[in-house]
Design a protein around this ligand. Structure first.
Ligand code: ZN
Length: 188
C-alpha cells in the first residue's frame, strides 16, 4: 500500500467526470487499498479516486459503524473499533433516493479546513460492485447516505461547496487559493 497525495480545490482534475470501471482486478484492488490508507492517514471518512487524481468511478468509506446485528461489544470497545469498517464501491449508482432531506455538516479532504451544512436526501438505494467485483446493493440511511452521495458527487466533478451560495463558495475558494500559494512558497 502507498500513500497518495490528495488534490485540493481549486484543481481542474477534481472537476473531471470519472469513468466507469470495466473490471475489478488486482490493479483496481491496489488502488482501493491505497485510497483507504491515504484516507485513514488524512483522518477522512470517505475518498473518491479522483481525489488522488485517478478518474475512475471508485469510492472508499469508513464511517466506523458496524452493522448493528454484528455489534455485541460495549461502548468502549466500539470506540476502539472505530474506522475499521472499510467499504468499497466500484461504479456506484443511486437507484432511488428519498424525498426527505437531512442536513449534516460536511467537510472534504479536497476542501481542507472548510465545513458547511448541506441538505441531501436522507436515504438512498445504491447499486455497486464490491472489492471483489461482486454486484451489491445497499439501502443507506443517515450519515452513510450523506457520505455516499458526497462521494458519488466527486465522480461527477461536484464538490459540496457547489451547493453553497456563490458568495460563500467564492470566499472558500479564495481562502484555499491563498493557502496553496503560501504552501508553494515554503521550500525546504
Ligand atoms: Zn469530498
Amino acid at each position: 500500500m502507498a500513500l497518495k497525495q490528495i488534490l485540493t480545490e481549486p484543481n481542474s482534475i477534481l472537476r473531471m467526470k470519472s469513468l466507469l470501471v470495466d473490471k475489478v482486478d488486482i490493479e483496481l484492488q491496489k488502488l482501493m487499498d491505497d485510497m483507504l490508507e491515504t484516507m485513514y492517514a488524512a483522518r477522512g471518512i470517505g475518498l473518491a479516486a479522483i481525489q488522488i487524481g485517478v478518474p475512475k468511478r471508485v469510492i472508499v468509506l469508513d464511517i466506523g459503524e458496524r452493522d448493528k446485528s454484528e455489534s455485541t461489544k460495549d461502548e468502549k470497545d466500539e470506540k476502539d473499533e472505530k474506522r475499521k469498517n472499510p467499504m468499497y464501491f466500484v461504479n456506484p449508482e443511486i437507484i432511488t433516493k428519498s424525498t426527505n432531506n437531512s442536513t449534516y455538516e460536511e467537510g472534504c479532504l479536497s476542501v481542507p479546513g472548510q465545513f458547511a451544512e448541506i441538505g441531501r436526501p436522507d436515504k438512498c438505494h445504491v447499486k455497486y460492485l464490491d472489492y471483489y467485483g461482486q454486484s451489491k446493493e445497499l439501502v443507506a440511511e443517515g450519515m452513510i447516505a450523506t457520505c455516499i452521495q458526497h462521494e458519488i458527487d466527486h465522480l461527477e466533478g461536484i464538490l459540496f461547496i457547489d451547493y453553497l451560495s456563490k458568495l460563500k463558495k467564492s470566499m472558500i475558494v479564495k481562502k484555499l487559493t491563498k493557502q496553496k500559494e503560501q504552501l508553494d512558497r515554503i521550500v525546504i
